[in-house]
Design a protein around this ligand. Structure first.
Ligand code: NAP
Length: 317
């Protein structure tokens, strides 16, 4: 192990990210007496802070607001000895020991790193899209679909995510419109077939969403669409807009150092949350483009923490 014990900026474990993955990793490593430092950027709490009610996190039968759930997790992590630092890390070197992280406010070193930096959903850039996020606009069908029972639901996108979300949302929707900017879907054949054969789904081809109408009080009431060929505009009454045009994993800091797939998702060993660099672990959406749930992120945070704990123990053997 590195001899950095007198350096106040040196830690046995540093966790990057404060979503459910990072905070669960913090709870576990703190309870293992590793005194973790958790670093997050200016917005704490990850993607759950952009959602309102969370009804599928076990233990909250009445549901809980996303930001409140994250505050509770943070409180739990701090209770066991997690230190939280607000800083934006701009450079990381995981190839040297100790591992070095350079932030806008300071430099940090550690023996083991848990990366839980999440993924950012992509947005279409429609007027009012961000303002009504959590008020009828959503980027997660599994999280928010059940709020729109017997309502008119719209999904934008033409890939596997959009088709999967559209198919899933038909269990709630009275009518579902899939809005795509071209005249053919990018999704795999099986997903396309599922969408195109579903009587509840109508695909609106060659359409872009330019504005979302509604308010925080009334939610979404309509979408303003523009035909991508004729530029003609129309208004579509709707109660919800699910934006499903993909995610960007927040992994750019580790480009060239850690193995990632072609979309930038960090890779880990088949039977472990450890990356190709010993002592560097991953959890949450930065390594998961399939499930993307708070509970799966939390589970992987636990795995990363146990991985880090065992790695640190192995340094003494
Ligand atoms: P994707 O394949 O990149 O598709 C994104 C879709 O959104 C495309 O149809 C694209 O239109 C559209 N789009 C992008 N930017 C847009 C914008 N600004 N305005 C309007 N539309 C826009 O992303 P994804 O569907 O999230 O899939 C990502 C990866 O995960 C893929 O490899 C996919 O196969 C995989 N995935 C698999 C499953 C599954 O197997 N169950 C489920 C989800 C995702 P264009 O077609 O015109 O480019």
């Amino acid at each position: 192990m590195s001899d950095s014990t007198n350096n106040p900026n040196h830690h046995k474990v540093i966790i990057l990210g404060s979503g459910p993955a990072g905070l669960t990793a913090a709870i576990y490593t703190a309870r293992a007496s590793l005194n973790p430092l958790l670093i997050h950027g200016p917005l704490a709490g990850g993607q759950l802070t952009t959602t309102t009610d969370v009804e599928n996190f076990p233990g909250f039968p009445e549901g809980i607001m996303g930001p409140e759930l994250m505050q509770l997790m943070e409180k739990q992590a701090v209770r066991f000895g997690t230190t939280i630092a607000v800083d934006t890390i701009v450079k990381a070197d995981v190839t040297q020991r100790p591992i070095q992280l350079v932030g806008q406010s300071g430099t940090y070193t550690c023996d083991s790193l848990i990366i839980s930096t999440g993924a950012a959903p992509k947005y279409i850039g429609a007027q009012n899209e961000r303002e009504l996020l959590g008020y009828g606009v959503s980027t997660c069908a599994t999280c928010d679909g059940a709020f729109f029972r017997n309502k008119i639901i719209t999904v934008v996108g033409g890939g596997d995510s959009a088709c999967e979300e559209a198919s899933f949302l038909t269990r709630f929707a009275s009518k579902l419109y899939l809005i795509h900017r071209r005249d053919s879907l990018r999704a795999s054949k099986i997903m396309q077939d599922r969408v195109l054969s579903n009587p509840k789904i109508e695909v609106l081809w060659n359409k872009g969403v330019v504005a979302v109408e509604g308010s925080k009080k009334d939610g979404v009431t309509a979408l303003v669409l523009e035909d991508t060929k004729t530029k003609e505009r129309s208004t579509l009454p709707a109660d919800a807009l699910f934006v499903a045009i993909g995610h960007t994993p927040n992994s750019h800091l580790f480009k060239g150092q850690l193995e990632m797939d072609e979309n930038g998702y960090l890779l880990h060993k088949a039977d472990s949350p450890e990356t190709n660099v010993p002592g560097v672990f991953v959890s949450g959406d930065v390594q998961d483009h399939v499930f993307r749930q708070a509970i799966t992120a939390a589970g992987s945070g636990c795995q990363a923490a146990i991985g880090a704990e065992r790695y640190l123990e192995s340094l003494h053997e």
